[in-house]
Design a protein around this ligand. Structure first.
Ligand code: F6R
Length: 590
């Protein structure tokens, strides 16, 4: 949700524009840049995508200090006026902000009759900086930082000196240095394009950045020590003439291999046998696709775990009353490692003394600092807004983690463990087989695209797959879609089934095939078209055949035709699949 960047160094304008392109997945409704000139700040901003800003910014000459922003609107419509950066009325300060200022209305009221140019919560910060300025910019920023409530990563540029300042609480902010410049950025992967030394800024911190050093302060102005480390190399935006989402789906076979390797390279489950045996409950916590992967992994692992294991939506976990103690294992799943709901949930569990694991695709992300242990899923940069390869890789990591736990607790025999670990090697070829036949999915998409709604159904381990297929379809095609345990339709939702509806029936477990045949009958007799996703054909269905696999691994592959179906339906409807409406990839607000 919004990407921010600040740089002190040569070619600051070009670096900022390049960074904004890399940050575009965080929000893409408007963007802007401010650059320091001799005695004044020059601003260029626009509604629309980064490409439009790049065009407009051709008129800007280079500078040494600049800040930039790509927006995902929260307060105020999408417009040039609401795009960041915002200038203070006297033009001495420019700010960019990611997050939500919860007390902005109160602060605005204090500013009385001052004229605001936007409807945003953020602009108030520029006004406060002007009002509180007594000559020393650091003191001014510290004073303003103590007035703000909510979540914010704010970068401040001023006419006064050649420094940048930042205020950080509950929105990501990374500080970085290269041989030629210093940086502030929302995203560690982005800043790693330039920086070879980075620090993750703690909450409630003010940063003063010069071209060769950074000082960190508590909001009271006390110096703070923050460790720097070498980040993993930054990944470039993949070069493709086509869509990133399709490219990322085609990477799944290779990434599944890496996920398995990354799990073992990272040392796997880092608990002693005694700790593992004492665990009394397990939570798998995440949002959206990450939640679905937790639900899927648990539905499989329930067969071998002798302990309560519950998937929980992170935004619910924070405000509900889930018990946590030293024998509670909580696994936080997040591709980005920056999702606010998941971070807050992890912080809560840590405070309560639970064991915390981050299962993430982003080394050095905030979640890896919030959790005691980290497992990297090895999916490589995911840039399309709709998550695909990360889901399949999360399932590999989670399956291995929960298998290890079962082994340590003595509920998974070594023969079962080694068989499953070995059979994981069959996953890449199984996915490749589906990808080779993606033309079949594309053909089916032609029929699904005109449906008024699409219902996804599955039982037990297939229900989470249904949820993921449904989420993918709705987010990029905008067709109404829901997922149900197959037996549940008859308890109400059948009322919605008619000949304008399509049902996708997922059935990977042969033991439940007959039950699924009955569910299919219920919907076909009311006129629905049915697509089956199974390793066998089902009567009255258009089949998408899955390769035969160990039942505990089937869901990792069954998601792939559903990812493809969502993609092809969205393409046929002319949607922008990589940047769907109203969404952003990294949801850093609660
Ligand atoms: C769906 C999607 C979202 C994310 C969710 C969590 O395609 O991308 O549902 O899965 O916002 O994001 P992470 O995994 O980064 O915490």
């Amino acid at each position: 949700m919004c990407g921010i960047f600040g740089v002190i160094g040569q070619n600051a304008v070009s670096s900022t524009l390049r960074a904004l392109k890399l940050l575009e997945y965080r929000g893409y409704d408007s963007a802007g840049i401010a650059v320091k000139r001799e005695g004044f700040l020059e601003i260029c901003k626009t509604e629309g995508r980064i490409a439009k800003l790049q065009q407009l910014a051709q008129a800007l000459s280079e500078g040494r200090t600049a800040i930039g922003h790509t927006r995902w609107a929260t307060h105020g419509e999408v417009s040039t006026a609401n795009a960041h950066p915002f200038l203070s009325p006297n033009g001495k300060f420019a700010i960019v902000h990611n997050g939500i200022l919860e007390n902005y209305a109160e602060l605005k009221a204090q500013l009385g009759k001052e004229k605001f140019t936007s409807q945003t919560d953020s602009e108030v910060v520029a006004h406060l900086l002007e009002r509180e300025h007594r000559g020393n910019v650091l003191e001014t920023v510290l004073t303003v930082s103590r007035m703000l409530k909510g979540s914010f990563a704010i970068v401040v540029l001023s006419t006064e000196d050649n420094k940048l300042f930042a205020i950080k609480n509950k929105s990501p902010l990374v500080v970085g240095f290269s041989q030629t410049g210093s940086y502030l950025c929302s995203d560690i992967r982005c800043v790693a394009h330039w920086a070879n030394s980075v620090a993750v800024t703690p909450d409630n911190t003010v940063v003063e950045l010069s071209d060769s050093s950074a000082r960190f302060f508590t909001l009271d102005g006390a110096p703070l020590k923050v460790d720097f480390f070498v980040p993993e190399a930054g990944e470039s935006l993949p070069q493709t003439d086509g869509d990133l989402m399709l490219k990322e789906i085609t990477e799944i076979p290779d990434k599944l291999r890496r996920a398995k390797q990354a799990y073992f390279d990272g040392g796997g489950l880092q608990l002693t046998v005694e700790q593992a045996r004492k665990i009394r409950r397990i939570y798998l916590v995440g949002c959206g696709t990450a939640y679905n992967s937790g639900m899927q992994a648990i539905s499989v692992a329930r067969q071998w775990l002798d302990v309560d294991a519950i998937p929980v939506i992170a935004g619910e976990f924070i405000y509900d009353n889930y018990p946590v103690d030293g024998d509670t294992l909580s696994i936080f799943i997040s591709q980005s490692g920056e999702t606010a709901d998941t971070l807050r949930a992890a912080e809560r569990v840590r405070e309560m003394g639970g064991i915390t694991y981050a299962v993430t695709n982003t080394a050095g992300s905030s979640l890896t600092f919030a959790c005691r242990h980290t497992i990297n899923i090895g999916a490589g940069g995911e840039f399309a807004v709709a998550s695909t390869k990360a889901y399949n890789c999360q399932l590999v990591s989670l399956t291995l983690l929960l298998l290890d736990l079962g082994r340590m607790r003595g509920t998974v025999p070594f023969s079962f463990y080694s068989k499953l670990v070995e059979e994981m090697d069959a996953l890449p070829d199984a996915v490749s087989q589906i990808l080779e036949e993606s033309y079949l999915v594309a053909r089916l998409a032609e029929r699904v695209k005109d449906c008024s709604a699409v219902f996804y159904i599955g039982r037990t381990t297939d229900y989470p797959t249904a949820c993921e297929g449904s989420l993918k379809l709705k987010e990029i095609s905008y067709i109404h879609s829901e997922a149900y345990p197959a037996g549940e339709l008859k308890h109400g939702t059948l009322a919605l089934i008619d000949d304008s509806v399509c049902v996708v029936a997922i059935s990977t477990d042969k033991a439940l095939k007959d039950k699924m045949v009955s569910s299919v009958k219920e919907v076909t007799s009311r006129g629905a078209k049915v697509v089956s996703v199974a390793p066998y054909e089902l009567p009255d269905c258009e089949p998408l055949l899955l390769p035969a696999l160990h039942p505990a691994l089937a869901g990792i592959v069954a998601a792939v035709p559903l990812q493809l179906l969502a993609y092809y339906v969205a393409k046929r409807l002319g949607r922008d699949v990589d940047k769907p409406r109203n969404l952003a990839k990294s949801v850093t607000v609660e």
